[in-house]
Design a protein. Structure first.
Length: 97
């Protein structure tokens, strides 16, 4: 049933947090879902909600996430502007394979 819905979706959100909790940690094991979703619908946009932080933003983007929902990491910071800037740097950095 979910597979049929993914075929027609423009956007799929992967939730990696705990319901009702704010600012948790990301379960990077959920990145496997991206491969499965893209196999069903290669053009779908992938969002990630839950536990996005400076130390995992790059891994999430490299894993195929298109949209990072960041809430806790910015709101809990003593310097939200600096955290936002650091997130942007992580997301936009390039890698050499």
């Amino acid at each position: 049933m979910v597979e049929e819905l993914i075929k027609f979706a423009d956007y799929v959100m992967i939730f990696s947090g705990e319901l009702g909790r704010f600012g948790g940690t990301a379960s990077l094991m959920q990145l496997e879902k991206i491969r499965l979703i893209k196999a069903i619908n290669p053009s779908v946009e992938i969002g990630w909600d839950g536990g996005v932080a400076v130390d995992n933003a790059y891994s999430l983007v490299q894993g195929g996430v298109n949209v990072l929902n960041v809430g806790g990491v910015i709101q809990k910071s003593s310097d939200p502007r600096a955290i936002f800037s650091r997130l942007q740097q992580e997301i936009n950095k390039t890698s050499v394979l």
